[in-house]
Structure formats: structure tokens, C-alpha cells
Design a binder for this molecule. Sequence first.
Ligand SMILES: CSC[C@H]1O[C@H](OP(=O)(O)O)[C@H](O)[C@@H]1O
Length: 362
Amino acid sequence: MTTEQTKQADWLQSVRWNSLEDRLDLLDQRLLPDEIVYLELTTSEQVWDAIKQLAVRGAPAIGIAAAFGVYLGVRSFSGSREALLAEVNRQCDYLATSRPTAVNLFWALDRMRARAEGLLGAAAPEETTVESARQALLDEARAIQTEDEETCRLIGEHALSLFEDGMGVLTHCNAGGLATARYGTALAPMYLALEKGITLKVFADETRPVLQGARLTAFELQQAGVDVTLICDNMAGAVMAKGWVQAVIVGTDRVAANGDVANKIGTYSVAVLAKAHGIPFYVACPMSTIDLNTPTGADIPIEERHEDEITQGFGKRTAPQGVKVFNPAFDVTPNEYVTAIITEKGIVRAPYGDNLRKLFTK
Ligand SMILES: CSC[C@H]1O[C@H](OP(=O)(O)O)[C@H](O)[C@@H]1O
């Protein structure tokens, strides 16, 4: 076994590139917390399905997986440079249909398109071969993953500046290491607090219907030794009323140009409760989740998922056959409920329109 093959992260990686096998290994998050199983993927179709079925989920992790999916889609390609460029764009178009809300998916695919254009487009150097271009695309996917780890750590540093030792912090869904390359976004400050000997008492909403909070956030925080208490979504108000929560921090799948935030369904309710209790509501995300091309939250496409996630989640029927179901995977929190947006470049406060645009000019 070489160091590459045996090289294992000392944390539970959601997305792992296997250089020896030229293969993408994805932690199947549908099986957590009971089973740790890696899917061994060799085609872009398999990556598409893993994203669609939430085997891999979380905005940055989806983008990382899709970037590797583009490489898998062209790694056996043979033909002209022009044909390879066309195939890269076709693979990106295909992978972009897997889920509609998390803008990181499209951000990562656009980065792969741009890399391919620079390698194979009209202005590209003549000496680029199809083989060297394929390798460069793999390198780009790996760079997206490596950069995300550092980005999340920086988000954690900025977020931790808002927290004090002993604070109660509530979070919704999973915006942890499992949703990113490492650390997470909303959960990044919890890990950095642990490193620095700061105690944060985390309340994790279970987050119906797919239970990312119970199955993923409670799991990864407990594994790391973070003080975490699991609550049902309908208990968030009660724990706030008891004075147990001094801050809320969540991830996001897309921030509109005006600061409206799309995140897991139930986030808006938590934001309203936080406002009612005078508790700050923070949103943590990489710059790649901020979409200045989407003017407001009303313009964010909200994914609707299969009714079975509600009527027979995890195999047990809990609702009558044939009942009408509405199953939006996300909701939108208007910017007036958002105390601050925490990114790798720093903390952004209202007025978000101007201040988010300034972030990109820093
Ligand atoms: C750091 S992005 C995490 C974000 O993604 C989750 O959605 P899903 O599990 O459906 O991919 C949720 O909205 C999290 O806040």
C-alpha cells in the first residue's frame, strides 16, 4: 500500500479522491450515523446520482463532488482538443441538473468550464494536449477541495470572534465537515473553539424530514467531543425561551445579492424565533455561496423533493397513503432576520446589497 492509498485524513472526509484507483470515494451520508460506507465512483452518472440522492450533500461538498465528476466524465476521452472542450461543457451541463438550489454546484462547474476554456479554447496554448488537459482538470477539482478546507477554517476563525466561552449556540441542519472539505461553515467555530479550549454548548435541531441535524451534526460534533444536545425542530423556541441559546448559526446554500438566505427548510422559522428572543442569527458561508447574479431570495430556485421523505422517512410509514404532501428542501430567510453573514474574508453586516458587493472587490 502506498502512502497515497493508505493516506487517510484524520477526520471523516465526505469526499475523497483515490489517486491510485483514479476513483472518487464518497462517504454515503444516507447511512450515517450507523454505518461508515464509501461509495466508489468512476463515472459522472454515478456522481450525479449521489448528489441527487443526498449520498453527498451540503453546498461545498456538492460542488467538490461535481468537479471530480467532470473529470470522471472525460478521463477516458479521446479526440481533438475542441471535442474535449465540448465534452467538458456537456458534462458540466449534465451535472448541473442534479440539484437546483446550492449555488456552489454551479460555481464549481463554472470553474471547471473556465479551466477547460483556458486549456483548450481559441486562446489556449497550442502545446496543450488532450492528456495534459485532462490531468489539469483533475488538478482543478483537487484545488477546489483543498481551498475549501482553508476557506472553512477562516470562516471558523471569524465566527469564533462572535462567541464567548460557555455560550449556548443553536444550529439547524448540517453545515459541518460532512457538508464541506473539512470543518464546515456553521460548525467550523465549534471545532476551532475545541482547539482553543473554549466551551460552546451546541443545540442541534434534528431537521426533519431528512434529519441532517440528528444523523450528521449530532454525530460529527459528538465524535469530536463537542458539547451537543439534540432537539426536535419544534423545540427551538422552548430552549430559546429558557435562555439556553445566546446565538444561532447556520449554513446556507445560496445568498442572494440583497442578503436573503436560502437554507434547509425550517431555517426561516428559527430566524423568526431568534428575532423574537433578541438572539443574533448568523449565517456562515464561503464567498462561493454568495450569488450576486440572484437579486433576491424570491429568485432562488427551491428544490422540492419526493413525498416519501415525509410520509415514510427511513422506511417506516408515518402518514396515510395518498395524503397530499409539500416537501420543499429549503426556505428563504429575508435579510432583515440576518444579523451577519460570516465568510472567509470576514463578517458582513447590513446593508447587505452594498456590503456583499464590496466583499468581492476587497
Ligand atoms: C455548508 S452547506 C450546508 C447546507 O446544505 C444543506 O442542505 P442539503 O443537506 O440538502 O444539501 C443545508 O441546507 C445546509 O445548511
